[in-house]
Design a protein around this ligand. Structure first.
Ligand SMILES: Cc1ncc(COP(=O)(O)O)c(C=O)c1O
Length: 388
């Protein structure tokens, strides 16, 4: 038995998405920029995906731009917006709990003399709208906040953040939302909230790695990261990944069709995993109520080092992570849990379990059977060590 519980790092390819990839690789060989019929067929695949994503987001198809995924679209949105608005101000706002693909861009912009405010979070990892209200200035050109936190599952209070920004009569900043961990699972309508830029990534919803999209509201000007041809209106030049984009469309269709039943089922799995973890001394990091996504569960087992727990579970073919995939090879403790002021023991013993539409009940049951045994074994070792 195996249990893949690291779906926030990446999700397995859905077999129906793989079939779509094969269809396009086998039947649509053209370059979408070519003027002859093979090119037009490829262009048609891009159009279908643009329309599908736009439909789900409630925006216009011409506001969807394809790129390689979340990291690139976060960079393009943030760096692109700041660079295009250089003359209008010098202040930017983000939060302390963003993904590295957002935080590192802001750090790079600080080196270019931008002033950046990093909003703190509360003990559950949530951003309080009053913090945004206090931070926003007349010279703030961009605010970037995530939708669902990849480590704790905390869902940002986007409606309240939207209200804060909309109340401003002057100096209205652009608003970017990293929706990589929410798109396809929880509803988000950028135009209703006043979001100007939104990033999403295929491999978190059972599409292949290396494909994603940016929603960029009509009228918002970004400086491109790359220079080249006219693809994606020259905002993201480079021959489009036609098969990957068709696969992204298929994955989004499957995600949206099953969204409500998936969320309900994953909520039950999460409740089961949480009860199992708490029965062996586990503590939940992050919100305990419906303000946490039902597919991410961050747990600490004080006294049990997270890495040792991860490897012990790995030996039993249960896959979890100690932080976001991009930083989990780093030895520094999670910046998200640190910002939540989680105590040291909890920080060092935190693991993340994350679920997806393709998570099966047997996997959850298997994890619930093994986890208490492994935690007890490790407690016996590490508890005994700490007494010496
Ligand atoms: C919240 C968040 N943003 C951005 C990314 C980066 O996305 P990608 O892997 O498509 O570059 C991730 C990936 O883990 C993420 O969780």
């Amino acid at each position: 038995m195996k249990a893949y519980l690291d779906n926030s790092a990446t999700t397995p390819l859905d077999p129906l998405v793989l079939a779509e990839l094969e269809r396009v690789y086998n039947n649509v060989p053209g370059n979408a920029s070519s003027l002859y019929s093979l090119g037009l067929e490829a262009e048609q695949e891009l159009k279908r995906c643009r329309e599908t994503l736009a439909g789900f987001l409630g925006v216009s198809a011409k506001e969807i731009y394809f790129a390689s995924g979340g990291t690139e679209t976060n960079n393009l949105a943030i760096w692109g917006a700041a660079s295009a608005r250089r003359r209008q101000g010098k202040h930017l706002i983000t939060t302390a709990v963003e993904h590295p693909s957002v935080l590192r861009v802001f750090q790079a912009l600080e080196e270019e003399d931008w002033q950046v405010t990093y909003l703190p979070c509360d003990r559950e990892g949530k951003i309080q709208p009053r913090r945004l209200q206090a931070a926003v200035r007349d010279d703030t050109v961009l605010v970037s906040t995530m939708f669902v936190n990849n480590e704790t599952g905390a869902i940002a209070p986007l409606a309240e953040l939207s209200r804060v920004l909309r109340e401003r009569k002057q100096g209205l900043p652009l608003w970017h939302v990293d929706a990589v961990q929410g798109f396809g699972r929880l509803e988000i309508k950028p135009s209703e909230l006043g979001i100007d830029l939104l990033s999403l990534s295929g491999h978190k919803i059972h599409a292949p790695k290396g494909v994603g999209a940016l929603y960029c509201r009509s009228g918002v000007h970004l400086k491109p990261l790359f220079h080249g041809g006219q693809q994606e209106h020259a905002l993201r030049p480079g021959t489009e990944n036609v098969a990957g984009i068709a696969a992204l469309r298929k994955a989004a269709e499957l995600a949206f069709t099953a969204r409500e039943t998936t969320i309900k089922r994953l909520g039950q799995f999460k409740t089961r995993l949480r009860a199992c973890a708490e029965s062996c001394g586990g503590i939940v990091n992050g919100p305990l109520d419906e303000t946490a996504a039902p597919y991410i569960l961050n747990l600490s087992f004080p006294g049990v080092p997270a890495e040792v727990l991860l490897h012990s579970l790995d030996a039993r073919e249960i896959y979890v992570s100690t932080g976001s995939a991009c930083s989990s090879r780093q030895k520094t403790p999670s910046h998200v849990l640190s910002a939540m002021r989680v105590d040291q023991d909890q920080l060092k013993s935190a693991v993340r379990l994350s679920l997806s539409r393709l998570t099966r009940e047997e996997e959850v049951e298997y994890a619930c059977q093994v986890l208490p045994q492994v935690v007890a074994e490790l407690r016996a070792i590490y508890g005994a060590r700490s007494q010496h």
